[in-house]
Design a protein around this ligand. Structure first.
Ligand code: EPU
Length: 417
């Protein structure tokens, strides 16, 4: 199994280009199930979750051609299976994103129920509640959600928790339902708006994406289109922290800094110098890193997907910082590994108290999920000596060639196969 070896202590310098957003790519690929025409996607990140989604679509009979340059042609003209099997769902929970398009267009779907994962229980009750309000019957049988309908109709759907893939699934299903659907307390994440843009390109009638209330007027049929996936704001944020934590100077290109306002504001409060352009930003780290509390919330607030990386930064802070995780109940697995590198972190339920000022030292550490792995790479970049990060397949799920991008900025990092 691949490992990543890092020797810390080098300030990063230079410019890095950001890849397409994994969490926008996955729903976009699932949306190709809504039409028999070809959906042409560009700027897909060639990461493992995207490959898994391609395999899932192939398994259903979709013609799915994906190239390493980030383009894909997806044509769901002859879908023969309406199922997402356990073997695929257990490796990627986002497989649940085929549920909405399948029930919307084919009126039936069988999708393995995703279990809990390394960051929490992660139920899908709101996806199912919404589909039932639109006229689907959803049963859980032998570990699978079996959904069927005589035809979906519009509905008013109030989600009591903000859910990103739940909003995306219901928005996709509603594009082919009869009448109007209103999704209330919807997720405002840029990835939801990117999906709405794609669906509009396919002929769907959607308004209000990017706000808490999304209105969808069902169409009889959708058609093919071309769509470019937005840049990955979490990858961009990860490089921003890499610059700050190593006291480097990095320009992060091909991104949308406005989608990172909460992260970049937080970073500047820790003392880093942040300059925002229209499609790039620059972060210059300062010797003294100020410890600042943070709480994760849905967009536009500070994202849970940046919490682990921010924790790595706070291990180098000048005081104590309280990090509060409100989205997932078990998303502090990286803390135990950082403690093995010398960090002083105390976890109490959904809060972590990070006392900074402790020099980190290289160690052998285990990645437990995607963002945890990224945070360990960041910690390793400032640790004294050599760090070995195991189970890097988590990293490969969502970061395209991260070690090459970091090495190009001067980091001493390599993948050992
Ligand atoms: N929730 C429910 N019921 C539901 C759905 C969600 O109670 O039916 C709860 C969850 O348990 C959680 C909260 O709602 O406490 C938010 O979960 P959400 O549904 O928004 O998460 P998700 O859609 O499964 C996406 C991203 C995650 C990201 C979260 C939060 C994709 C493919 N995944 O997950 O990305 O952390 O939103 O922003 O878009 C990652 O990229 O590393 C990652 C985990």
């Amino acid at each position: 199994m691949d490992k990543i070896r890092v020797v810390g202590g080098i300030p990063l310098n230079g410019r890095v280009e950001i890849s397409g957003a994994k969490n926008a790519a996955l729903p976009a690929m699932a949306a190709s199930l809504l039409t028999e025409d070809t959906v042409h996607l560009e700027n897909l990140p060639y990461v493992r979750d995207v490959l898994t989604t391609r395999n899932l679509l192939l398994d259903m009979g979709v013609e799915a051609e994906l190239k390493e340059d980030g383009t894909a042609d997806l044509k769901a003209a002859e879908v023969r299976s309406f199922q997402a099997p356990y073997e695929l769902v257990k490796t990627m929970r986002a497989s649940i994103l085929v549920l909405g398009p399948l029930i919307g267009r084919f009126r039936k779907a069988r999708v393995s129920l995703p279990g809990g994962c390394a960051i929490g229980a992660r139920p899908i009750n709101l996806h199912l509640m919404g589909l039932e309000r639109m006229g689907a019957k959803c049963d859980v049988v032998h570990g699978y959600v079996e959904a069927s309908t005589q035809g979906l109709h519009g509905a008013y759907i109030m989600m009591d928790t903000v859910t990103v893939t739940g909003t995306e699934n219901l928005m996709m299903a509603a594009t082919l339902a009869e009448g109007q659907t209103v999704l209330d307390n919807a997720a405002c994440e840029p990835e939801v708006s990117d999906l709405a843009d794609l669906l509009r390109g396919m002929g769907a009638h959607i308004e209000g994406d990017g706000t808490r209330t999304i209105r969808i007027r069902g169409a009889k049929k959708l058609h093919g289109c071309r769509h470019r996936i937005i840049p990955d704001r979490i990858e961009a944020g990860t490089f921003a922290v890499a610059a700050a934590i190593t006291r480097g100077d990095v320009e992060v290109g091909n991104c949308q800094p406005r989608q990172l306002t909460a992260v970049l504001t937080q970073l500047s409060q820790t003392g880093a110098e942040v300059v925002m352009g229209s499609n790039f930003f620059r972060v210059r780290g300062r010797d003294s890193i100020v410890s600042k509390n943070v709480t994760t919330y849905p967009y536009p607030a500070f994202p849970t997907d940046m919490q682990a990386q921010y924790m790595a930064l706070m291990t180098q802070g000048n005081g104590s910082a309280v990090i509060t995780e409100t989205i997932f109940e078990n998303r502090f697995m990286h803390a135990q590994e950082m403690i093995r590198m010398g960090a002083d972190i105390v976890i109490d339920g959904r809060q972590a108290v990070v006392r900074g000022g402790r020099p980190l030292t290289g160690a052998r550490v285990l990645a437990s999920d995607l963002r945890a792995s990224a945070s360990l790479v960041l910690a390793a970049l400032v640790a004294k000596g050599e760090t070995w990060i195991d189970r890097v397949y988590h990293l490969d799920r969502g970061y395209y060639h991260i070690e090459e991008k970091l090495a190009a900025l001067g980091a001493n990092i390599e993948r050992v196969r």
